[in-house]
Design a protein around this ligand. Structure first.
Ligand code: XBP
Ligand code: MG
Length: 255
């Protein structure tokens, strides 16, 4: 067993609740700007989250929920243009400060960095979206705190494929067994486990609360803060106030 060397952080749904009030809103504004009468309400967006990646999600929407829409000849180019517009809107929304970090995220990042644990981002989202979030909450320090940012199209297959975790591990030059992943979704969990990361901590959100988290080390509602403790959903732990470095080391030490 190797000691815990790095935390691998998912972004959407884990660092911040970005999906409902960030990505979804940005998609709808981009549709409207493009003159499309598409609208992804909160419930529909939950169904669309089955597919990771914004461009892939638009295609899935057309296939499954809007098959009669007359497709342009260059559908791929059309989707890419629409998604570019959406990404710009999302970055602007993030810069307005309307999408806060989830409870305990800043605390745990600071605690891990102070104890010499390396930090990486492992996400499906577009790199500019990660930059916008790091700029908003960490300023220039963000790129120092997170030494690897694995994001978006840098790999051909998005989560639940293991590719993005494998890519991040290569950049860190660490074995999967030296890391703990923090995720919020079934797709993210499968991706981490598939890359050999055995210790995965899940923080639930409203979209993922009913997903299957078999194989996760621990499922909690949030990381928690000393004055707002987290709640155990699944897994075994002697005492739980909030998720801290000691708890992650304990979970990692099981393997
Ligand atoms: C995140 C995603 C992303 C975002 C949208 O999944 O699937 O596609 O929803 O971002 P995860 P883009 O949290 O598992 O990484 O539009 O930039 O793809
Ligand atoms: Mg996620």
């Amino acid at each position: 067993m190797s000691s815990l060397k790095a935390l691998l952080w998912d972004v959407d749904g884990t660092l911040a609740d970005t999906e409902r009030d960030g990505h979804r809103v940005a998609f709808n504004q981009a549709f409207s700007k493009a003159g499309l009468e598409w609208h992804w309400d909160v419930a529909l967006y939950g169904k669309l989250l089955k597919v990771t990646g914004g461009k892939e999600r638009i295609r899935y929407y057309l296939d499954q929920f809007n098959p009669d829409w007359p497709r342009p000849e260059d559908l791929e180019g059309f989707i890419a243009g629409l998604h570019k517009q959406k990404s710009q809107i999302y970055v602007d929304l993030m810069a307005q400060g309307d999408i806060p970090l989830r409870p305990g995220v800043m605390r745990l990042i600071r605690e891990a960095a102070a104890s010499g644990i390396r930090l990486a981002i492992v996400t499906t989202t577009t790199p500019a979206n990660v930059d916008a979030l790091l700029d908003q909450y960490f300023g220039a320090e963000g790129k120092v705190i997170f030494e690897v940012i694995a994001a978006g199209d840098v790999v051909p297959n998005k989560k639940p494929a293991p590719d993005i975790y494998q890519w991040a591990l290569e950049q860190l030059d660490l074995p999967a067994t030296a890391c703990v992943a923090l995720e919020d979704s079934h797709n993210g969990l499968r991706s981490a486990l598939g890359a050999g990361v055995k210790t995965v901590l899940i923080t639930l959100n409203e979209y993922t609360a009913h997903e299957d988290f078999s194989g996760a080390s621990l499922v909690v509602d949030q990381l928690g803060e000393p004055n707002t403790p987290c709640h155990l959903i699944k897994g075994e732990v002697a005492q739980l106030q909030c998720v801290d470095v000691d708890l992650l080391k304990q979970l990692h030490g099981v393997f």
